[in-house]
Design a protein around this ligand. Sequence first.
Ligand SMILES: *Cc1c(COP(=O)(O)O)cnc(C)c1O
Length: 472
Amino acid sequence: MTSDFRGAAHGVADMLADYLDGLPDGTVWAPMPSDARTGLLTRPLPEEGADLGDLVAAIGAELLPYPMGNGHPRFFGWVNAAPAPAGILGAFAAAAMNPSSAGGDHADVHLERTVVRWLAELVGFPHPPGGGLLTSGGSMATIVALAAARNRAAAGLGVNVREDGLAALPPLVGYVSTETHSCVRKAAELLGLGSRHLVTVPGDGAGRLDPLALRERIRADRAAGLVPFLVAGSAGTVNAGVVDDLGALSDVCAEEKLWLHVDGAYGAFGRLDPEAAPRYAGLERADSLALDPHKWLGVPVDCGCLLVRDAEQLRGTFSLVPPYLRDDAAGGLGWFSEYGIEQTRPFRSLKVWATLAAAGRAGVVRDVSRCCGLARELGRMVAQAADLELLSPVETSIVAFRWAPADADEETRHRVNAALGVAVQERGRAFVTGTVLGGREAVRACLLNATTTEDDLRVLLDEVRAAAAGLR
Ligand SMILES: *Cc1c(COP(=O)(O)O)cnc(C)c1O
């Protein structure tokens, strides 16, 4: 059995090294041939087991040829990174150890405390003992944060939500921007807050939450008998990479005693780029910050992270362990499962540790800065092109733009841009995704891959033009 494993594992290593080496020369993404798709969909449950070597061969033949595309240097879609090689190794080793990182005294639990601290140090967020945990992603980090925010607000009204439920509460109101990620709404719905009680505060053209409008709306809501409790700011919007004025939002939240949650799932690591860094001032004053190491850092999916100022808010929200039974092995912090929803938890910290240790702080800074620099360059190329229009200033590593030649009317522009992302994808040489920004159809390129070159940016714009010509 172990000798089988050894041989097959070497086979996997060779196969994956060839796969990763070959990615930049191949098609970025292509629709799956229908027989390959059908083969996967209709595969019967085998009666007898297979040899490990045959499984490796099947992975190579039936799965590796059909990737999502995000390992390629010209993949600019959504917010999906190429996997860091060290992170791949970390994921492999973590599976071999296969602990549950719920808690206890084993390596994975202690390593998670350290990588959470490292992540906090990287983005410049305070890190009290127990003030964070790894999650499946930004969405889960947001659910955990908003649950703690909700329970704190309820406690302020004398209600224990855990015992009494929501019926004992007046509507709690949260404030978001036009560009807030959908996961905030999902969390509010799930937590019984009601998306109707998430108020969209008007912003500037880039969708930045306007602190003055926010303050006015909070006061009006209080006067109407509602209970404001939360502001959700963005440290990098998914459409355009725009960072809210986090200092101003912190001021409002401090004065009004509201919970400030900052969504840094895409963009918090952008703070490491010296040019972008000043935009993040105030991030360290948030009550909670959601991060996604599985995005910009390239930690293999899945890995999100939630950081909080006050660890007791999390433990008070999720722990079902009575204080007299708490396990003090980890300096009184207890188990990770007391700070979130998951009980059995995967060993995510090993792939984070491996990714960060292989790059070093300096390596992460270099890669993040390179991505931001490439995005600024792409922004300049778009701004200088007569047939393209930059739709938002480039603040981090996302560039939102549209095809808009002078001789095309708005209706044609709308029609072409609405189909442009998919048309570029189907050509196979670059991958961007479409969006709607300020009511206009657009495409957006998200730069997360430090091996992308300026030539790749030129190819992207050539592909956009060629795809647009075809659609026109
Ligand atoms: C990706 C993303 C999320 C959601 O995180 P998941 O890891 O996909 O759950 C939330 N906010 C922003 C800005 C994102 O980019």
